[in-house]
Design a protein around this ligand. Structure first.
Ligand SMILES: NC(=O)c1ccc[n+]([C@@H]2O[C@H](COP(=O)([O-])OP(=O)(O)OC[C@H]3O[C@@H](n4cnc5c(N)ncnc54)[C@H](O)[C@@H]3O)[C@@H](O)[C@H]2O)c1
Ligand SMILES: [Zn+2]
Length: 426
């Protein structure tokens, strides 16, 4: 049926010389659905797609393991699907690959009403999200993260980017997905090392923002590493919810004092000193968290028992706690040199997030080279993780959650635009 619209407008002439102001950000909320089984994921996905055409972007490994099956299931549900798989790995997160994807979308007549579906790890999600932000000035996209890191981190927050040879994530924007569907069942095919690296980013969130999540990981570490679906679902749900709260406080990262950077100062230096590759990001961050924890403890900011719990949990999760435990051990001098470079880029300031107790941290920019060197190797606190439940009844601020593994079904949480949560990121 043809519809006709008559639009009538009668805007007044504005007074001459007056400043014109406009609202430039169109914020909206989106849902993050965490499921344990593929059937619920597919149902949620079909509902979110809502009859639109779908362009799937994935990588070759994920295509073979999951994405081709997901595409076929959507097709059988009547959703029109076209797919493109890129080679797996960080090298696909490039402007050249983004151009190939844009070319593919244009040639296949993808329209503004179509939806892009990113199925894969952080590489696919960052690249596809950036392509979605650029194609026709922005088309909707939905994330189906398939690594633990992507489910708890990359798929949430709308930071989309490709790498440039000068720096990682140099070309990007903030462009939020329309929905995120995290099925923990997809993690069953993931390499154990990738699982541990993803877990490092969850432990980070627990240390800076959620004592109950920390206790949960301590109590369920065995099932989590064995990829128990109920334990994973609780973990991904909680981590997603906490990330949403922390991101919503400062969605465009205007405040540099982000506790989310815990472990990342030394972590980035380790990645630089090892040439971005042999050491996974989560492993470098774990080492960075152990170093920052030791510095906090040596300064008397953090009690020995809590420090032992933090380092103990990282160690029990099989994560590296010092340079000598990394897959490739960089000379300490190279790490210090990389830190000096970071300090130079940041106008002389090297910020460390130092935990003061579970759920609270201090941002310090006066940490000395001697303190860092002492903490890079110190193994004194590699103690066994403390008993569970110590913090189980902390009063709920934003980010509190239930650690009880739910029955069948699915969790969902809503990521808000700014203003939904008050407060300033510490
Ligand atoms: N946008 C953000 O906020 C944000 C946050 C954190 C990280 N990142 C980015 O994420 C990227 C790293 O993400 P990643 O660790 O997911 O890496 P990745 O996407 O390269 O995935 C790691 C490997 O696992 C494979 N894989 C994915 N899912 C699998 C599955 N279910 N089973 C078996 N293999 C599977 C992939 O093919 C790849 O080989 C980096 O580029 C980083 O910059 C972005
Ligand atoms: Zn990180």
């Amino acid at each position: 049926m043809n519809e006709q619209f008559l639009i009538r407008d009668d805007q007044p002439m504005p007074p001459a010389g007056e400043v014109v102001t406009t609202s430039s950000r169109r914020e909206r909320s989106y849902s993050i659905h965490v499921t344990a089984d593929e059937d619920s994921a597919l149902q949620t996905l079909t509902d979110a797609i809502g009859g639109r055409q779908v362009s799937v972007v994935t990588d070759h490994i994920v295509d073979n393991l999951h994405a081709a099956r997901i595409a076929a299931a959507l097709t059988s549900r009547g959703v029109p699907v076209r797919s493109m798989a890129v080679p797996a790995g960080e090298q696909s997160k490039s402007l050249q690959m983004a151009c190939r994807l844009l070319d593919w979308l244009a040639r296949s007549d993808a329209g503004r009403r179509d939806v892009l579906l990113a199925i894969g790890g952080g590489v696919v999600i960052d690249t596809a999200g950036w392509v979605a932000s650029a194609y026709m000035r922005g088309i909707p996209y939905i994330n189906v993260p398939t690594t633990l890191l992507a489910q708890v981190d990359a798929a949430i927050g709308g930071k989309v980017a490709v790498d440039h040879w000068i720096a990682k994530n140099l070309i990007g924007s903030f462009y939020e997905p329309e929905a995120v569907v995290s099925c923990v069942g997809y993690l069953a095919t993931l390499d154990a090392r990738q699982v541990r690296a993803g877990l490092a980013e969850v432990i980070k969130k627990a240390i800076i923002a959620s004592p109950p999540l920390f206790s949960f990981i301590e109590r369920h570490l065995g099932p989590l590493l064995a990829l128990d679906p109920a334990a994973l679902r609780s973990l991904v749900h909680a981590a997603s919810s906490i990330k949403c709260v922390l991101v919503a406080r400062d969605p465009y990262e205007t405040d540099l004092r982000r506790t989310l950077n815990f472990g990342h100062t030394v972590g980035h230096a380790v990645e630089t000193a090892t040439g971005h590759g042999p050491v996974l990001h989560g492993e470098a961050v774990a080492c960075g968290m152990a170093v920052a924890t030791r510095i906090a403890c040596a300064r008397g900011l953090l009690g020995g028992q809590t420090a032992a719990r933090i380092v103990g949990l990282l160690g029990a999760a099989g994560l590296p706690l010092s340079l000598s435990e990394l897959a490739l051990e960089p000379p300490a001098g190279d790490v210090i040199a990389a830190l000096a470079k970071i300090r130079q880029v940041r106008a002389g300031s090297l910020r460390f997030v130092l935990p003061t107790e579970l759920g609270s941290a201090l941002i310090a920019d006066d940490v000395t080279e001697d303190e860092i060197c002492a903490a890079l190797y110190d193994r004194a606190m590699t103690a066994v993780a403390g008993g569970p439940g110590q913090f189980s009844t902390v009063a709920g601020g934003p980010g509190q959650f239930s650690t009880v593994a739910g029955g069948p079904g699915q969790f969902s949480t809503v990521a808000g635009g700014p203003g939904q949560f008050s407060g300033v990121r510490a």
